[in-house]
Design a protein around this ligand. Structure first.
Ligand SMILES: O=C(O)CCC(=O)C(=O)O
Ligand SMILES: [Fe+2]
Length: 298
């Protein structure tokens, strides 16, 4: 049908027309029905190899060791390589890709923002990345039917289950909760019965609703699985006023506990740059274990 300028759906009319014009209407149907969709050739072969090479260079310097895409055996498990956007102009192309952005805009609205751009670099071994919903990263159950976060995962190496591909649970965006620990396994007798591997060639993008349960399989062969995770969120997740970077010197003097500091963002994890999130998570756990009040990050 022709989409009019209907007053009941003012944003949606235009966003839907953009989805249709980009040839993504069946992807939108898949997203609605199953909570995810795959877009073949979202990146060209040149874009894939340029992004992958750059990520490998950045990872080598970050991890302090040399890495081999084809034969790597030492780098086990998953390392998150954060904060890629400003590392090379090529990464802009992933974030504003006309083959994926209309679907992200459909899920999160026109004023959505980039939340992070990183790589889950995976070598052989380990448990993989257990099933989870990205919405649950800060939101309690039950989740909302609409997406508050959404992900676009680019395969920069071929995805097969043995190579450590993305894992999905079709339809799980309608569970409105995180998987339990009995529902989150990927391997051996811990494997969740409804999980499927997303087996696609490099250059494919996989876009999913923030609620959808996903993870990635352990890699069973030598070499590296490289992805690029372009992760977006709705604008309202941001505080309205920016306190965190603007607390005046001395403002918290005399506060006897950390509550006010925390309200102003003292122990927020989001907002990381090159250091990535892991140290911040570890410090928050330590503070909780020792019941140590933290007044501001140093
Ligand atoms: O390893 C993967 O590709 C999955 C990464 C993931 O869970 C995410 O980007 O939210
Ligand atoms: Fe995730």
């Amino acid at each position: 049908m022709e989409i009019g300028d209907w007053t009941a759906t003012p944003d949606l009319n235009e966003i839907y027309r953009e989805v249709r014009a980009a040839g993504l209407e069946s992807n939108l149907a898949e997203l609605e029905a199953f909570g995810f969709t795959t877009i073949p050739n979202a990146l060209s072969a040149e874009q894939v190899s340029a992004m992958r090479d750059r990520i490998l260079e950045i990872s080598e310097s970050r991890l302090g060791k040399s890495l081999d895409l084809e034969t790597e055996a030492d780098h086990a498990e998953v390392a998150f390589i954060p904060y890629l956007l400003f590392k090379d102009p090529i990464f802009k192309q992933a974030v504003v890709n006309p083959k994926t952005l209309p679907l992200i805009t459909y899920l999160l609205g026109r004023h959505c923002i980039l939340s992070s751009l990183g790589c889950h670099l995976k070598g052989p071994g380990g448990r993989g990345l257990l099933l989870h919903s990205d919405t649950g990263n800060g939101a309690p159950d039950p989740f909302t039917p609409y997406s508050v976060v959404a992900n676009c995962n680019y395969a920069l190496t071929d995805y097969t289950e043995a190579a450590g591909s993305l894992a999905m649970v079709p339809g799980s965006h309608r569970h409105f909760r995180q998987p339990t620990r009995w529902e989150s396994g990927l391997d051996g007798n811990q494997r969740y019965e409804h999980v499927i591997p997303i087996e696609v060639p490099a250059g494919t993008a996989i876009v999913w609703h923030g609620n959808t349960w996903h993870g990635s399989f352990p890699r069973k062969v030598p070499g590296l699985r490289v992805n690029l995770s372009s992760y977006y969120c709705r604008e309202f997740i941001q505080p309205q006023e920016d306190y965190r970077r603007n607390v005046p010197e001395g403002f918290l003097d005399g506060e006897t506990d950390a509550r006010l500091a925390r309200l102003l963002g003292a122990d927020l994890i989001h907002g990381w740059t090159d250091e990535g999130p892991l140290k911040l998570y570890a410090r928050r756990r330590e503070d909780a274990a020792e019941r140590r009040p933290r007044t501001w990050q140093s």
